[in-house]
Ligand binder design. Structure first.
Ligand code: ADE
Ligand code: ZN
Length: 326
């Protein structure tokens, strides 16, 4: 349709994408065979049937199991280029992608293997599609502060190729304040700071991410809407929210896409963006997230253009680079 073509044709940045969450079942099977890794599924259909979640933890258990097929530099490269090919087809011209090194280093995969593979995929995407990208290293919040510091130390030789750090995994019970010191250390190294907050956790976690971690960008942030003072502050300060509509549905953070608050976020003056989070698990890449949200919430072309514009304003590109995209 005309609407779908408009969405695809809108140049956009993707700011909330876990590269391990882009691993499609077909590639998971291919890598399992290539690396002789056992996975608890016989067919691709069986895998897809298992992708029914009632909360974040349900999903995370399957997501970490899926990542076990990633062994070599080529595996990380293949996963990354598959994502970039798909993103480019949806009109993504810039992507700031999360990776979870602890998921791999805890299985004995070298940090350098992960980096070399992802960087190879990123270079290939730029050559092939003109799609630029940046890397954000996420600390797993269900693990300790000490483990996060060890991960930051492993990243040290690569810091010129890592734009920022983030915080993901099981939110409730692992508040941002647990990572206050490691975020301060990352800031001192010149890294940008982002954190998942207010996905399942309360508005108080968003406040901690702002006031204790000092984040530059807020991942999800949905539950901020429960606190009018916080919502007004996020709007006033121009904080970018990386919202993921289909993820919110699949993880039961909203009852259905028809009840997604994306339009309310825009009306409240929030700098909201639309992203795919873990597209291989949640049933759609960024274009499908724009389409589903637009149809369900009646977003028109001006709102869609605002969302795409917000994605560049909220990116970690330089002011000149942002201006060139607007
Ligand atoms: N890791 C991958 N996707 C995630 C999400 N939506 N929330 C928290 N951790 C994640
Ligand atoms: Zn996420």
């Amino acid at each position: 349709t005309d609407f779908a073509t408009f969405i695809t044709g809108l140049p956009k940045a993707e700011l909330h994408l876990h590269i391990e969450g882009s691993l499609e079942p077909e590639l998971m099977f291919a890598l399992a065979a290539r690396n002789d890794v056992a996975i608890p599924f016989k067919t691709v259909d069986e895998v897809r049937a298992a992708y029914s979640f009632s909360n974040l933890q349900d999903f995370l258990d399957i997501y970490y199991a899926g990542a076990s097929v990633l062994i070599t530099e080529a595996d990380f490269r293949d996963m990354a280029i598959a994502y970039f090919d798909r993103a480019a087809a949806d009109g993504v011209v810039h992507a700031e992608i999360f990776f979870d090194p602890q998921t791999h280093t805890d299985r004995g995969i070298a940090f350098d293997t992960v980096m070399r593979g992802l960087l190879a995929g990123m270079a290939e995407a730029e050559a092939k599609h003109g799609l630029t990208s940046k890397l954000i290293l996420c600390f797993l919040r269900h693990l300790s502060e000490e483990a996060a510091f060890e991960t930051l130390a492993m990243a040290e030789p690569w810091l010129d190729r890592i734009t920022g750090v983030g915080l993901d995994s099981s939110e409730v019970g692992h508040p941002p304040e647990k990572f206050a010191r490691v975020f301060a250390a990352a800031r001192a190294k010149g890294l940008k700071l982002v954190a998942h907050a207010g996905e399942e956790g309360p508005p108080a976690y968003v406040l901690q991410a702002l006031d204790i971690l000092g984040i530059d960008r807020l991942d999800h942030g949905n539950r901020s809407l429960e606190d009018p003072v916080l919502t007004a502050r996020l709007a006033r300060t121009g904080m970018t929210l990386t919202v993921c509509p289909l993820s919110n549905v699949k993880l039961c953070n909203v009852a259905s896409i028809d009840e997604h608050p994306i339009d309310r976020m825009l009306r409240e003056g929030l700098r909201a963006t639309i992203n795919s989070d873990d597209p291989a698990y949640f049933g759609g890449y960024i274009g499908e997230n724009y389409r589903a949200a637009a149809i369900a919430r009646g977003l028109g072309k001006p709102e869609l253009a605002t969302l795409a514009r917000n994605s560049f304003l909220g990116s970690f590109l330089s002011d000149d680079e942002v201006a060139a995209h607007l």
